[in-house]
Ligand binder design. Structure first.
Ligand code: ADP
Ligand code: MG
Length: 572
């Protein structure tokens, strides 16, 4: 893990060396002050040599200034290093998230992912800067101060270091406790981020059911869990801080008494005594800093673990190294003995065989939960089949790159997802570099032109988060315009109009029929009246395909379809 962590420093080698070098210099200068004080008191003071005293003061001033400069460099460039690493990791995490398949997203909460990419990495960035530097400086200060103390007075120096083993024990013991606690805490931050996400995202449902109170209660639970863990973290931190403070002060007291005794015995000079006390201060500085270290290290380590966990989650679906980039497919589709389930053990589709000719319009009907959406999700390889194969134009879709395969398929779903930007941006999502004219053309074919012309901002009208400022029919038209712009040979319409009222449905139906012209179309429809003109209608239920044929053929057969059709007619 350590090696992996340090691999992120590679692009910042120079910055790291600069930062590290300055930090070491500053550390050495810090060590030299007590010695300078000793020389001042023992040599310059008794001689009353004012020229030397002034010269020495000027020299000290120069050293102070240099030290200030060094610390400024460490402060800025050190943090720049940390921020650089944090940014790289964040980009990598986001890139990885883009690669992960839908199967991953079925099982995670958005709030948790947001926490990984924001909070966790912020903490990692913090130790990326302070971690190695502080650790090294601490060790250097410890050893350096000890050597200097030993040169001043050996017995006193030995008295000072008796404390080191117990300190080491304390740090390591509390350190691992803290890492666990922070890890738990990050999980809890994820929990309440997820709660906020859901509650705000579902604010219409919350208000419609007047369940604000319930939401508050659920949030309070997560919030209290967070508080409990955080207090636990601060208890551990306080314990180590108190213990380290008390023991270093006790040692200082011992040194005071013993030092006085040595001075009285004539074994130690006044300057040596004061210099020694200052060295003890320097020696214990890393120990005094233990509370901040106890906070930032375990946080950073916990954050980095979660980051690596995310990166180590392999996408379920990957391109083969020799995957083909396909383009301009004709749209012949073949499901060859396909078996699929979302998790091992449960099967949604079993031994499904189905051939769809290029340009054919095939409609799927059947009860909810029969697996119609699932079947259509397999074609763009949102999930991989467990057995069998799906071929397009004779080529297994697993031998194509996902990107090029998906570039050949347009999907219009019941739930339209619009991004928070303008109508223009949302249509252009179908083809990012489309020209203004192409966007207008797509909008016109999706029958959006009148709406857009009636808006004061036209194409630049902001649709609101997820398109809240538009009606269901308008949103659906935008998603249709996207697919017109994309112009793929294969089209999937998954209950595209089921959420709309009958009048809107009829109006949109025209755009959809136009959209499916010249494309292989898979249409899932709830209202059977919308699919009568399909080349083939396939009736599915839990057991698979039960009948297929044209509307006329199926009605004549008087089977399941005819039954469903009659039922819908009488209801209408
Ligand atoms: P239909 O579109 O015909 O209504 P679906 O294909 O959506 O049916 O669902 C078929 C079955 O698969 C259902 O039992 C459903 O619970 C299950 N299912 C659908 N999506 C998922 C998913 N993302 N994870 C797990 N199970 C799912
Ligand atoms: Mg469905």
């Amino acid at each position: 893990m350590l090696r992996r962590f340090f691999s992120y420093y590679v692009p910042y080698k120079k910055l790291f060396l600069l930062d590290f070098g300055c930090a070491i210099l500053a550390g050495l200068l810090e060590l030299s002050f007590p010695m300078a004080v000793r020389a001042f008191i023992d040599k310059l003071l008794p001689a009353q040599d004012w020229v030397m005293i002034i010269a020495a003061s000027v020299a000290l001033l120069a050293i102070y200034l240099i030290n200030t400069g060094l610390m400024a460099v460490v402060n800025y460039w050190g943090h720049a290093l940390g921020v650089g690493i944090e940014t790289d990791m964040r980009q990598q995490a986001f890139q990885h998230l883009q690669k992960l398949s839908l199967g991953y997203y079925d099982n995670v909460k958005t709030g948790h992912i947001i926490t990984h990419v924001t909070k966790d990495l912020e903490e990692v960035g913090e130790i990326a800067h302070h971690g190695p530097e502080d650790l090294f400086i601490a060790v250097m200060t410890f050893i350096g101060a000890f050597i200097l103390m030993a040169t001043v007075h050996m017995p006193l120096a030995l008295m000072t270091i008796i404390i080191v083993p117990s300190m080491t024990w304390l740090v390591s013991r509390h350190g691992s406790q803290m890492t666990n606690t922070w890890r738990k805490l990050f999980g809890q931050i994820g929990d309440f981020n997820a709660r906020i996400e859901e509650s705000i995202g579902g604010v219409r449902v919350v208000k419609a059911f007047a369940n604000e109170h319930q939401e508050e209660k659920l949030f309070a639970r997560d919030n209290v869990n967070y508080k409990t863990t955080k207090l636990q973290a601060y208890r551990i931190m306080t314990a180590s801080m108190t213990l380290s403070y008390l023991s270093t002060r006790l040692v200082q007291l011992v040194i005071m008494v013993a030092g006085t005794w040595y001075v009285l015995k004539g074994d130690l000079s006044y300057g040596g005594f004061i210099g020694f006390l200052l060295l003890v201060e320097v020696f214990f500085r890393p120990v005094q800093k233990i509370s901040s270290v106890m906070e930032s290290y375990p946080k950073g380590i916990a954050g980095f673990r979660r980051f690596t966990q995310l990166l180590d989650t392999a996408p379920d679906i990957t391109d083969k190294p020799d995957a083909r980039v396909v383009s301009a497919l004709k749209g012949d589709i073949e499901f060859d003995n396909v078996t699929f389930g979302y998790s091992t053990g449960s099967t949604v589709l079993k031994d499904l065989n189905l051939t769809i000719r290029a340009g054919e319009t095939v409609a799927f009907v059947g009860p909810s939960g029969a697996g119609k959406t699932t079947l259509c999700s397999l074609l763009p390889r949102f999930y991989d089949v467990q057995e069998g194969a799906i071929r397009v134009d004779g080529l297994d879709i697993r031998d194509m790159t996902q990107q090029s395969l998906r570039g050949q398929i347009g999907i219009v779903q019941q739930d339209v997802f619009l991004f928070g930007g303008s109508i223009r941006e949302n249509i252009a999502y179908g083809r990012l570099h489309a020209t203004e004219e192409e966007i207008w053309q797509a909008a016109t074919r999706a029958r959006l032109a009148d709406l857009i012309n009636s808006l004061p901002d036209g194409l630049d009208t902001i649709v609101g988060e997820r398109g809240v400022k538009l009606s269901g029919g308008q949103k659906q038209r935008i998603s249709i315009a996207r697919v017109f712009l994309k112009n793929p040979p294969i089209l999937i319409l998954d209950e595209a109009t089921s959420a709309l009222d009958t009048a809107t449905e009829q109006a949109i139906q025209q755009s959809l029929s136009e959209l499916s012209v010249g494309r292989t179309s898979l249409i899932i429809a709830h209202r059977l009246t919308t699919i009568q003109n399909a080349d083939r209608i396939i009736v599915v239920d839990d057991s698979g395909i039960v009948e297929q044929g044209s509307h006329k053929q199926l009605l004549e057969r008087r089977g399941r379809y005819a039954h469903l059709y009659d039922a819908q007619l009488t209801r209408a």
